[in-house]
Design a protein around this ligand. Structure first.
Ligand code: T5A
Length: 224
């Protein structure tokens, strides 16, 4: 890897059960295999938001399991704080040349809260300045297909009418990111997540490969 390159920050977004965790894992292994093969490929770390291991993450998990009730704004800010807990870690990894994969990020934070009726700009504000992704892969699936997948229905938002609303906001975010270009938000690529795991993995790899050896330029702040 050229010394001027930093690690790439790749985010995977989508509805509940769209296959994000499956694809993050396949992608992580593929990037790791490159490194193990002796190529001068970057190290790779995988994160998942919400990070349920922290004190904030445990409050989020209790809420998602409907074991606690929270004001919509309070839970929104907890999700955001849960990202800020890891912001400096993400930046440090990227600066050291490590590729960072995140299973969900700020776009989820906005999509699920705007769907509840909170104002878009209010939802976006606490995300401004977090490390900006270089690439966001949106795993596009219909809420009807997602509802047939394993484990669906166990958490608070896993209801078809909720997922339909969330998908509309994700569409709005995707269009906005595509229109604004790549500065401060990175690139947004939609992937058909209704295909087989292997086919989706191939489409994911085609989008990621150009960034797999690292990227040029400094780390920017999201929406800055
Ligand atoms: N949330 C999250 C907010 O409201 N605000 C925020 O800021 C953030 C970060 C939990 C909830 O929190 C909300 C959104 C969520 O409602 P989560 O922990 O990411 O977020 O929960 P899920 O999205 O539900 O994550 P899951 O891990 O459960 O779903 P995935 O990762 O999308 O799907 P995955 O890979 O686990 O696959 C689900 C099932 O489908 C199968 C898998 O084998 C598995 O059984 N599958 C496929 N089947 C057929 N074809 C394919 N291509 C398949 N890919 C996977």
């Amino acid at each position: 890897m050229a010394s001027s390159k930093r690690g790439a920050f790749i985010v995977i977004e989508g509805l509940d059960k769209s296959g994000k965790t499956t694809q993050a894992s396949i992608l992580h292994d593929r990037l790791q295999d490159q490194r193990d093969a002796g190529a001068t490929a970057p190290k790779v770390v995988k994160l998942h938001f919400p990070d349920r291991t922290t004190a904030i993450g445990k409050m989020i998990e209790a809420y998602l399991h409907s074991e606690s009730e929270l004001d919509d704004r309070a839970i929104h800010l907890l999700f955001s704080a849960n990202r800020w807990e890891l912001a400096s870690t993400i930046s440090a990894h990227l600066a050291q040349g490590t590729t960072v994969l995140a299973d969900r990020y700020s776009f989820s934070g906005i999509a699920y809260s705007v769907r509840k009726g909170l104002p878009y700009e209010w939802c976006r504000a606490p995300e401004v300045g977090l490390p900006a992704p270089d690439l966001t892969l949106f795993l596009n699936i219909s809420p009807e297909v997602a509802a047939t997948r394993g484990g669906y229905g166990l958490e608070r938002y896993e209801k078809e009418e909720v997922q339909k609303g969330v998908r509309q906001v994700f569409d709005q975010i995707g269009r906005a990111v595509q229109e604004h270009g790549e500065k401060g938000e990175g690139k947004w690529v939609e992937i058909d997540a209704g295909k087989t795991k292997e086919e989706v993995a191939e489409d994911v790899w085609n989008a990621v490969e150009p960034l797999a050896s690292g990227v040029q330029g400094s780390i920017s702040g999201l929406w800055e």
